[in-house]
Structure formats: C-alpha cells, structure tokens
Write a protein that binds this ligand. Structure first.
Ligand code: ADP
Ligand code: ZN
Length: 741
C-alpha cells in the first residue's frame, strides 16, 4: 500500500506517446484507448479518464492480440492514476471470462468488480465531510433545503464522516454541491477515521474430534489447499453430517498457509448463525460482504480484502468479484441453491463463475450440499470434480421419518389447509413440549382474490400475475413488480360490494388457522416480508432456539441452515407447489427444497418426523423423499434429461425479447426467428410468450436454443444476435444456462 496522494501524470504531447487500453465500468463494447502518461501504468492500474463531458474511473486493461499500435494524435490523456490498489490479473481474466460466457459487455461485468468509488483513495490523510453538529433543527426532510441538498444529508447514517466523492455519488450530484454545502455551514470538513484493525481468525484453536468419514474428507481438502492448485471438490453429505465442520478445517489450513478464503452462501442464508459458529471456532468474525453494508463499511471491507487484512470473507454472489490479494480457497455452501443465479443485469451463475475464479487463481474450491445439483453430480461422474461423500449424520442422529399425507383421502376441512393427521401430530408435539414447523412457500394471506359474484380475479396491472393478498399490511401485492394496492370494496368488474374472497393459502392465512386450532401455542411467522433486515431474522432464530416459540410457520427462508434442537415435527402444507408448470428443474428443485425443510426435524437427540401433504403421493419426488432415496430420484431425473438432450447433457440458452409494446416485441421476435441458426446440433424453439408474458409493463417473448455439448453456444448466439437490428425500445436479454424457465 502506498500512502502517496494520487499522481497527476506528466502528459507528453508527442504523438509517439504510448497508448493504454482502459476498460470503463459501462456497457461499452470493450476497452478504449487513452494517451498514457510518461510512466506507463501497468495493466490492472485504476485510472480516471475523460469520457465525453464526464470523468470516469476504470482499469488499465490488457492489450488484446489484435490491438494495433498506430499512433493517434487525438487520443485523450489519462487524467489520474490511482496507485493505492490495483486489479490483479486473475480478476481481470474473470471479468473477461464472465463477459464472454454470458455475452455481456465487459464493462458491465467490470462494474461488479470495481468496489465503491472512494475505495481507491490512499489511506493516509483522507478528509471527508460530516453533518455540522449545530445544524439548527435541519434534517434530510427539511423543505427549506433544495432536493439535492436533502439527498446529500440523507446519505449520512448517524454521525459518521464520509468522503466527498462518495457523498456526491450516493446523492447523484456534483462535488460542487458538497463544497457549497460546506460553505453554507451545513457540512463540516473533517479527517476521516483510519480503518479499524480487523481481528485475525485464529486457525490454531482446537477443533472437535472428527469422525473417520469427516477426517478423511477434511484431510483430502486440506491436502488440496496445501498443494495450491485448482481442483473442484464436491462435498456431498446429508444434512447434519458435518460438512461445515469439514470445510472449517480447510479454512484453517488456508489461514495457516497465510492465504485468504472466500465463502459464498446463498443470500437468504447469510446467516447470523453461520457467523456465530465461525466466530466460535476461529475466535474472530469473518468479514461480511452483502448489499446491506453502509457505504463506509463497503469501502472498509473492499480495501481490507485488497490489502489482505480481511482473511476470511463471507458473501452472497457478488463477493465473487472481490479483489483478494492472495486467495487460497473458495467454498460455495448450499451449492445447489437457486439464489446463486443472478437474473438481473449480467445474468450469471455465481457457483459456476466461482469455479472459474478458482481455476484462474489456481486454488481449490469446495462445493458443499446435501442435495447437489445434477450439474455438479454429472461433473463428478465425468471426472471433472472430485466427489467426497459424508453418508451419516453426526453423532448417529437418525434421518427423520417422512410420511406422505394424501390430501385426497386425509382431507382438511373446507377453507382449511391442514389435514387431520397433521393436526394430530402437531397436538402430540406440543403436548410433549417440543417444537414444530409448518412449511408453505408462499408469502402473504392468499395467492388469489376472486369476486364471488362474477369470478373476476384481481390481477397486476403491469404483469401477467395475480395479486397476492397481504392482510397484515392491508394490501394486494404483485410479487413480480412490487405493485401494491388497497383491496377494493367494490368489484371493478360487476360492481358488487364486499364480494371478494381469498383463494388458497399463504403463510398468514395458515397462521390464522393454527391460531384458531392452538390458541395457547406461541406461533411465529418467518417470511421475507414479515422480517425486515437481517437482525429481525437473527432475533427470531434466537427466540426459537430459546424455546420461546412452539410453532414456526414460514417460507423457504426458514428452510436453510438453522439448527433447532427441540424441533421434532415438520409439516409441509403444499408439497406439490413447486411441481406445477413445465420448468426443467421443477422436480430437482422441489426435491432439494423439501429435503432441506425435512432436514430441520430432529437434528439433535430427539428423532424427528415429517408429514408431507400432497395430492400426488405417487410422484417420483414424493416417493424419493419418503424413501430417503435421493440417488434413485436423481437417476430417473438424469435419464430423462439425457433423453431430451437437456442440461447437463446438452447446452441451453434463453433469449427474452421484451418491449413496452406487444407489436414491437413480435416484430423483433419475427426477425430473430428468420435469422435463427440452422446448424447441426443446434435447435431453436420459439418465439413463444415468456412464462411471465407481461412483466413490469413489458411484453415478453422467448426463444430457447438447445445445442449439443460440443457446440460453441456463445459463438452461435453472437452470430445470431449480430444479424438482427434491435430498436432501442426493445431489449434482448441473453440467459446462458437459464436456471428456471
Ligand atoms: P452440515 O453442514 O453437513 O449440515 P454441520 O457441520 O452443521 O453439518 O454439523 C451438524 C451438527 O453436528 C453441528 O451442530 C455440528 O457442530 C455438529 N458436529 C458435526 N461434526 C462434529 C464433530 N466431529 N464433533 C462435534 N460436533 C460435530
Ligand atoms: Zn406486477
């Protein structure tokens, strides 16, 4: 780390002066050339350059082979070289790799790797601004201030001081506004505090004695860490088998070797529990990287990762692009989880790109799961990944007994959703002083609101979707675009009064039924909209662990990772929910989710049981869950995919054409259809209405392109897309390896 202020380069005016390619964090075609300063900044240097009227900070990129070096007198000069940090080659290669694989502009990928705007400043002597202490009753809502000034004040969170660049960026204003506010006495200039030291995790603290299986697994992974070469290890172990314990051993080995570790967790499981456990083992917290970090924390973590002060970093998918100085190991926990797939902007799968990063860095990567994805299992079969199996739960805990409740026979009462046998089991559990959990993967009160008189269904005005009643909030909400409205008193179709009826259950409605049945039970609902912020989740988990809750009702966010020793009964209200629709992964995903939910039961000394309500008890997914026969289910699923040449036996990409206007979407779709590739091993299906035919007011059409594994899918796609002109109102989004469709 250098403590020098950013250099203003000496620019030579001679046309022979060197040129340097700079990649900017913008959706442009590639790097742009700039006139290099006398001292040529090496690839990876962060530089600020002019672009039109603006100044933009980007990264000196590597000269591509075809780059010609013809001098160009009108090249604009690099304005500033920031030499406090640089982007290492493996990260630059990762950016190029992700861009090429996903057909995204490299600059759009670079944006994810850039870090906060003030992260490039040298540490020493940083000054910033704080809200003036004696502001006479002014705050971010004060109408006497301009809207811009109010936005600046709103960036502050408590009394912290923030750098001007960051304030300007967050408030979306120029640096002049900040200066003017300081002159007006609204802000005061102050020295920014140095980053506090980060306590180091201690790898020498004792581990519990491992079982034979655990030790063999740990030894193998530790050997890979010490060998310092790339390898993907699939750690395939039943819930509670000690996968975390085993990869903690590998983390300790990487720390002992003086190297950093990246752990990716699914966003929902960014768990307080994981952090507590890590701290217990290593005596210091892991650094967390997630979207809720405050600006100053973001800078701190990013720089600590770059400077090697953060030794272990845990994050959701975007942590993949952090600037590790010396990475030694990557772990992806719950590798099968759908939330690793980013669906907006650059569409990529963080697990797969983590494997790429590991290979670029030359380090091992552990993919851990109790229900690995078919992709990873097939990669293990093909010999690309090493599979290590932990077959037993730690301490001999039994797997819970899974009973299928046939809803055609064991019928809930009218307008009720819990079958008599599940009610009886709940009663027994509560009487025994144990805890129960009811799983229903649907937020809100009811998924559909229907007029009893005319049958009118309340639909989102922007999407092809029903509005979901959230009674607690008193709103009908679209789960796709966020549109919310007050439930109407009069039917908009037939004008009948008070004619609306809820159809089907959500967790709120289930909670109502349970409260009627078990008025004395202490019930809590766990869903993303009932728990605001990570602390609310942690608090509820703590209350369940302290046995202040008897009965927990929730969506998939309660399925993951939590360990509740007194929980002995899990009831699944609608096991068939995920199976509807023609999605390729519907079966696999339902199996994974229900298996994970079932795994919450009986994790300690007490045996657990699971009652799984279904209308289709003969379905292979239900049969596999009841028989604990994952491998038979996977064999069936695998055979089916193989026969249809579907992933992982063939390759797949989706194109989504969307436009505000249905005609425009259809015109571009027709042009794409005319230009579709006719090649051996390539199949194009569509255009067809996309699963959400209208989303956020945009009409959507979809193509699926299916190819043999040997086909260069990206090259075919690139060729196809370049042959069609797309008007600006129309978007064509490419999704390589679509997860759900
Ligand atoms: P998984 O990650 O496979 O679900 P965990 O690592 O969370 O499994 O282990 C399940 C539980 O068993 C945890 O409470 C863990 O602390 C405990 N455990 C696992 N292995 C051991 C061991 N060798 N000694 C003591 N406790 C263990
Ligand atoms: Zn909507």
């Amino acid at each position: 780390t250098s403590f020098a202020a950013p250099k203003t380069p000496q620019v030579s005016n001679s046309p022979q002066a060197g040129r340097v390619p700079v990649l900017l964090p913008l959706p442009l075609d590639g790097a742009y050339d700039y006139r290099a300063p006398a001292e040529m900044p090496p690839p990876g240097s962060f530089v600020t350059v002019p672009l039109g009227q603006r100044m933009v900070t980007g990264v000196v990129w590597d000269r591509s082979e075809s780059g010609d070096d013809v001098a160009e007198p009108r090249l604009k000069p690099v304005a500033t070289v920031h030499d406090a940090v640089a982007m290492r080659a493996p990260v630059r290669r990762l950016v190029d790799w992700v861009a090429a694989y996903t057909l995204s502009p490299p600059g759009a990928v670079l944006r994810m790797a850039m870090g906060p705007s003030d992260a490039l400043e040298p540490e020493e002597g940083r000054v910033g601004f704080a809200v003036a202490p004696d502001l006479p009753g002014l705050d971010a809502k004060d109408r006497r201030l301009t809207a811009t000034r109010r936005r600046v004040l709103a960036v502050f969170n408590g009394g912290e001081a923030l750098p001007a660049a960051l304030l300007a960026q967050e408030a979306g204003c120029g640096a002049g506004v900040i200066r003017a506010m300081a002159e007006a006495g609204l802000l005061v200039e102050t020295r920014l505090p140095a980053r506090p030291p980060r306590p180091l995790p201690d790898w020498r603290l004792p581990f519990p004695p491992l079982s034979d299986d655990q030790r063999q697994a740990a030894d193998a992974i530790v050997a890979a860490v010490e060998a310092r070469h790339y390898e993907t290890i699939l750690l395939d172990g039943v819930t509670g088998s000690g996968k975390t314990e085993v990869y903690f051993k590998a983390i300790a080995a990487a720390l002992a070797a003086g190297r950093q570790v990246l752990v990716l967790l699914p966003e929902i499981a960014l768990g307080a529990q994981w952090h507590r456990r890590f701290e217990r083992q290593f005596g210091a917290p892991a650094a967390a990287w997630h979207s809720d970090l405050r600006p100053a924390e973001r800078r701190g973590v990013w720089r600590d990762v770059a400077d090697g002060r953060a030794r272990v970093v845990v994050g959701a998918r975007s942590a993949l692009f952090l600037p590790f100085e010396d990475l030694g190991l990557i772990v992806v926990d719950e590798e099968h989880d759908a939330s690793f797939k980013q669906e907006e902007g650059v569409v990529y799968h963080a697990r797969d790109m983590a494997v790429v990063r590991a290979s670029l860095e030359g380090v091992p990567i552990v993919l851990a799961s109790a229900t690995p994805s078919l992709e990873s299992l097939v990669n293990a079969e093909r010999g690309r990944y090493r599979r290590i199996v932990l077959p037993d739960r730690h301490g001999g805990a039994e797997l819970p007994q899974v009973t299928l409740v046939d809803l055609r026979e064991d019928k809930p009462e009218r307008q009720r959703f819990v079958a008599p046998s599940l009610i009886a089991a709940l009663k027994e559990t509560l009487v025994a002083g144990e805890q129960a959990m009811l799983f229903l993967n649907r937020r809100g009160y009811a998924p559909l609101t229907l007029c009893r008189t005319c049958g009118h269904r309340m639909q989102c005005p922007n999407c092809t979707a029903w509005l979901v009643e959230h009674r607690f909030m008193g709103r009908l909400v679209c789960h796709h675009c966020g549109h919310a409205e007050r439930p109407p008193e009069i039917c908009p179709a037939c004008e009948d009064k008070h004619s609306f009826a809820p159809c089907g259950p959500g967790v709120e409605r289930l909670a109502e039924e349970i409260a009627e049945r078990f008025p004395d039970a202490r019930v809590a609902v766990m869903a993303s909209d009932t728990l605001v912020g990570p602390q609310a989740m942690a608090d509820l988990v703590a209350r369940v662990q302290a046995h202040e809750i008897d009965l927990l009702i929730g969506t998939q966010i309660m399925a993951k990772g939590h360990h509740f020793p007194m929980l002995t009964l899990v009831g699944v209200i609608d096991g068939d929910l995920g199976l509807a629709g023609g999605d390729l992964r519907a079966g696999e995903r339902t199996f994974q989710m229900l298996h994970q939910v079932a795994g919450r039961a009986g994790r300690a000394e007490r045996p657990g049981r699971v009652l799984l309500q279904t209308f289709d008890p003969g379905h292979p997914v239900m049969q596999a869950l009841a028989a604990h026969d994952r491998d038979r289910f996977l064999a069936l699923e695998s055979a089916e995919r193989r026969s249809r040449h579907m992933p992982p036996f063939g390759r797949l990409a989706a194109l989504i054409v969307s436009a505000p206007d249905a005609d425009q979407a259809d015109q571009v779709s027709a042009a794409l259809a005319r230009a579709a590739p006719h090649l051996k091993g390539v199949d194009v299906l569509g255009p067809a209405p996309a699963p959400l035919a209208v989303l956020r007011g945009r009409h959507r059409r979809r193509f699926l392109m299916k190819t043999d594994r040997q086909v260069n899918l990206q090259a075919v796609l690139r060729q196809w897309l370049s042959s069609v002109r797309v008007p600006t109102a129309v978007r064509v989004q490419v999704d390589v390896d679509p997860y759900s469709f």
